[in-house]
Design a protein around this ligand. Structure first.
Ligand code: NAD
Length: 430
């Protein structure tokens, strides 16, 4: 099938390349001409494992192309995915302007039947807003709307897309469902979860809110372990063995970040407010996570005698999690800013996120970016591990003279470091 994907970011690009992999003819459109030029020359504008190789394969098979031109991109397409950003608006609600601009463009240009499918995470009733826009242009017999929220995770995006737990498709008529089934025919039929459009839109927010709550829960248990002398690694393993709970998302850390959870839980709260529904549990997750990040700064500061002025701090990790270059709402960035604002000198390392961090932190003259891990880590007043890049779990203690380490991801073997004379601090254990 000829498919157009609008927006070539983490979701649009991975989806487009994976649709090509499963045999569709894909055109990716983005407003950002620099991005499109890069993609046309075979480069990937983001860091995502194996994506470059998969792009080369799709290009070789002539299954994918990139353009900034909507008219040519939409020509003969049967399905158009909207995968543009839905960032946090000023009041916390999802900013729908990019989604509606893309929908408007499709509706104005389209002259043959198409199914418009929102892959972006959008609030309940966005489908209805797009339908209204189509009706205003009198194209309701040509254009139909569906919802297909995306659940891929940065860092394992291809694996997640190609082996999904489920594929949610929300539509309001048999023809739209048939088109969606054709698009996803490569996957086992039982993976498809068919819903109405509003439910599909809500499922994504419900899933992210639940996962965010799980992280905040284990972080609060870590606090309790710390004060009572318990051990969060053991606690987490034991509760995770209960199949009703499951072992995922039970690792304590500096609080959740990233481009999805923080904005999506605020967005669902705004949806609830609009419909006069109280979501007090999710409300408390927002508060808990905010406190969490600040508590990490306090913890680090306390280890430095509550005086950060002139302190030299090694910071391992800037991305919001390992295996990505994404720093949006990254707790590591929050911590770096707070420490720098209080007079510390930060020596920051990351495997892929330095470029993004450099531009985000350009105003901070006391944050230095170091591409060599050991150079960033060595000879500091304290070393912080802020992102769970697997390589940080394997750092060689013999190459670090910094004696104080705070491991906000619990990825080091604390006993080993202590035995070698390090003062090792972690989360939720003595
Ligand atoms: P992104 O910021 O990486 O990419 C968005 C892209 O859309 C950009 O390249 C931008 O130039 C382009 N764009 C914006 N307006 C456009 C327009 N009118 N026409 C053409 N291109 C346009 O965003 P992302 O992280 O890929 O997220 C996209 C959506 O998917 C969001 O709603 C997000 O919540 C959701 N989502 C993200 C993830 C994730 O892990 N990043 C996972 C699941 C769902």
């Amino acid at each position: 099938m000829k498919i157009t994907v609008i927006g070539s970011g983490y979701v649009g690009l991975v989806s487009g390349i994976c649709f090509a992999k499963i045999g569709h003819e894909v055109v990716c459109v983005d407003k950002n001409s620099a991005k499109i030029a890069q993609l046309n020359s075979g480069e990937i504008p983001i860091y995502e494992p194996n994506l470059k190789e998969l792009l080369a394969e799709a290009k070789e098979a002539n299954k994918i192309s990139f353009t900034t031109d909507f008219t040519s991109a939409l020509k003969d397409a049967k399905a158009v995915f909207i995968a543009v950003g839905t960032p946090q608006g000023e009041d916390g609600s999802a900013d729908l302007s990019y989604v509606l601009a893309a929908a408007q463009e499709i509706a104005e240009i389209a002259d043959s039947p198409k199914l418009i499918i929102t892959k972006s995470t959008v609030p309940a009733a966005t489908g209805a807003k797009i339908q209204k826009l189509i009706a205003e242009l009198n194209k309701q017999d040509l254009l139909f709307v569906a919802s297909n929220p995306e659940f891929l995770r940065e860092g394992s995006a291809i694996e997640d897309f190609m082996n999904p737990d489920r594929i949610v498709i929300g539509a309001d008529n048999p023809k739209s469902f048939a088109t969606l089934e054709e698009i996803y025919a490569y996957f086992p039929k039982e993976k498809l979860v068919k819903t109405d459009i509003v439910t599909a839109e809500l499922i994504k927010y419900a899933a992210n809110s639940f996962l965010a709550a799980k992280i905040s829960f284990i972080n609060e248990m870590a606090d309790l372990c710390e004060k009572t002398g318990g051990n969060i690694r053991q606690l987490s393993r034991a509760i995770g063995l209960d199949s009703r709970i499951g072992d995922k998302f039970l690792k304590p850390g500096p609080g959740f970040g990233g481009s999805c959870f923080p904005k999506d839980i605020l967005a669902i709260l705004n949806i609830a407010k609009e419909y006069d529904v109280e979501l007090s549990l999710i409300d408390s997750v927002v508060k808990s996570n905010k406190k969490r990040q600040m508590n990490m700064v306090k913890k680090i500061s306390a280890l430095l005698g509550n005086n950060l002025s002139g302190k030299k701090i090694g910071l391992l990790g800037l991305a919001f999690k390992g295996n990505t270059d994404d720093i949006r709402y990254s707790p590591a960035i929050f911590i770096a800013k707070e420490l720098a604002n209080n007079g510390a000198d930060i020596f920051a390392h990351d495997f892929e996120a330095i470029k993004n961090a450099r531009s985000e932190l350009a105003d901070f003259k006391n944050i230095h970016f170091i591409s060599n891990l050991y150079e960033a880590a060595d000879n500091r007043d304290i070393l912080i591990i802020a992102t769970e890049w697997p390589q940080y779990g394997e750092i060689d203690p013999s190459k670090i003279s910094t004696k104080k380490i705070i491991d906000l991801r619990n990825i080091l073997d604390g006993e080993k470091f202590r035995a070698l004379g390090f003062e090792y601090f972690s989360i939720g254990e003595k």
